[in-house]
Design a binder for this molecule. Structure first.
Ligand SMILES: [Zn+2]
Length: 331
């Protein structure tokens, strides 16, 4: 009997029917994506439009425990892989990047409502304390008094006369940073700050290793988010491997425990990962990886391409987005 069964299974896998079945399965979990939680998002130097006020975040978490079932990332990954069933309307909370405000503002709220979360850490920011490159570039273009910017890569001159001009130049600079890693990327940021005559953001926004350990000790999951936050689909294979493997090794050294989950950074460019990126992440020993692509998690989903949704600021919109995603609709 095992032979025909195997044959059927093989045919289903090859024909993509199982993937189709996963697609048609009822959405059973949604993962929310946060970055930064601060007192006043308007005033923050790290703001790239993804910071939430702590009052808004608390309203989200209060609603989460009232209308949904908070679950951990481990539960979602196990479920997607065919393991234990999840309670109805399961929601997992995730944070990308490793901002200090995650500990200062988000952690007390999460703990007050007993909501588990996962924090995906960008390792170089912890090692050096330096604000992530995409925040620094954004801050430089937002605050410069210069009227033009010359792209150091091709000497093209961009006007900075109005917000639209600045946005166009920023997009180019972000794209350049996303294609680089480590010291080369740091040098590009330094050049941009110098040419725009803007001082670097002081080093006070990121978690330290002790603080990352404190998040773990409080019962939350720590995941990896590369070393220097490039777009992994737009760097060399060697660079991608160094970023993914290096991140896992450093986190495990500092935490003294396995780090099993990964989040692909998504600065500036599309796509955010390729087959090769996924393969390197799998080979590195991670068990799951999340995207910024919006959608629910269904049983049978590929564990290295798990979808999340952006947490909207407005509470009604936030609720609407969650409900729509549970219905399998795109937001
Ligand atoms: Zn990120």
């Amino acid at each position: 009997m095992s032979k025909p069964k195997n044959w059927i299974k093989k045919t289903l896998v090859q024909s993509g029917s199982l993937r189709l079945a996963a697609h048609l399965a009822k959405p059973s979990a949604v993962m929310l994506m946060y970055h930064s939680v601060v007192e006043n998002p308007q005033l923050t130097e790290n703001s790239i439009g993804t910071s939430k006020s702590s009052a808004v975040f608390e309203a989200h978490i209060r609603m989460l425990v009232q209308r949904f079932t908070p679950v951990s990332l481990d539960q979602v990954v196990e479920f997607a892989g065919g393991g234990k069933e999840l309670p109805p309307r399961s929601v997992a909370v995730t944070f990308d990047d490793g901002f200090l405000d995650n500990l200062e503002f988000a952690l007390p709220i999460l703990n007050r409502y007993s909501v588990p979360a996962t924090f995906y850490i960008m390792v170089d920011a912890v090692e050096t304390g330096t604000t992530p490159w995409y925040c620094r570039i954004n801050f430089a273009f937002r605050t410069t008094r210069k009227r033009t910017w010359t792209d150091p890569e091709d000497s093209h001159v961009y006007k900075l006369e109005n917000p639209q001009d600045r946005k166009s130049a920023l997009t180019v600079a972000w794209g350049a940073g996303a294609r680089k890693t480590g010291a080369v990327q740091a040098e590009l940021v330094r050049q941009i700050e110098e040419s725009l005559e803007v001082e670097p953001i002081p080093n006070r926004l990121m978690l330290s290793w002790d603080q990352v350990r404190a998040l773990k000790k409080a019962g939350h999951i720590i995941g990896g988010h590369t070393l220097s936050h490039p777009n992994l689909a737009h760097v060399t294979e060697q660079e991608a491997r160094a970023e993914i493997v290096g991140c896992k090794q450093r986190l495990e050294q500092e935490l003294g425990a396995p780090v099993e989950h990964f989040s692909y950074p998504h600065p500036a460019l599309n796509p955010q990962c390729t087959e090769q990126t996924v393969e390197i992440t799998r080979q590195a020993g991670f068990k799951s990886a999340v995207l910024t692509t919006c959608g629910p998690v269904r049983r049978g989903d590929e564990p290295f391409r798990l979808k999340r949704i952006y947490a909207a600021n407005d509470l009604d919109q936030w609720l609407w987005n969650l409900n729509l995603t549970f219905l399998g609709r795109s937001i």
